[in-house]
Design a protein around this ligand. Sequence first.
Ligand code: HEC
Length: 200
Amino acid sequence: MVKLRRLVLILGVVGAVGFSLGVFGQQQPQDGPGYVNGTSLVRPRDYRSWTFIGAGLGLTYQGETGSRAAPMFTNVFVNPSSYRAFMQSGTWPNATVFILEVRRSKTDGTPITGGQFQGDLVGIEAEVKDARFEDGWAFFNFSERNTSTLLDVAEPLSGKALEPCVQCHTEHTAVERTFVQFYPTLLEVARQKGTVKPGF
Ligand code: HEC
């Protein structure tokens, strides 16, 4: 009996050490996603010091009508460790966070006589590649409905709110769920690594 108990104890200790090593091995990167309640994303405060991968101006999509009088800028940032991994492999590692920052465009400023520059922040959306989500990816919106306030924490979008994100980010993206076709320096890397989907 005593021997058995000791064996159980030893196995328990070995198991615990093994488990913690395993957990340690899968540790999330320091600059990766921060969550509360398991899956609600904390809005990264320092994304402006992350890697800037591209910008769009006034992008509209199939099915949308009318050109906006003042097109919006969209700035895209990714956490630096995931950027470095992409540069090596052409794919996004687990725990990658993308921030899409939406800003108004402006035309009135000395000495401007033509063209557009960026103005006020309008909203922030995010996308995360993380195995903790059933689908491996999750989408978030930090803009509070009908206000200009930003949420500190956003639940993963679901149902009707999530559908268009997943659909467009699956059907029309060049690499995984991301629009690498619009980030020219990344596209070059993805082409070299052979990770671009057929058709791009
Ligand atoms: C009809 C197509 C479409 C839909 C729907 C859509 N997106 Fe996007 N998304 C884009 C395009 C195009 C880009 C490229 C970058 C840009 O807009 O400047 C992009 C880029 C992004 C990025 C930057 C990383 C990447 O994947 O390239 C994030 C984050 C993002 N979208 C979040 C969302 C969220 C959240 C939703 C749903 C609420 C959503 N998107 C719905 C087309 C779409």
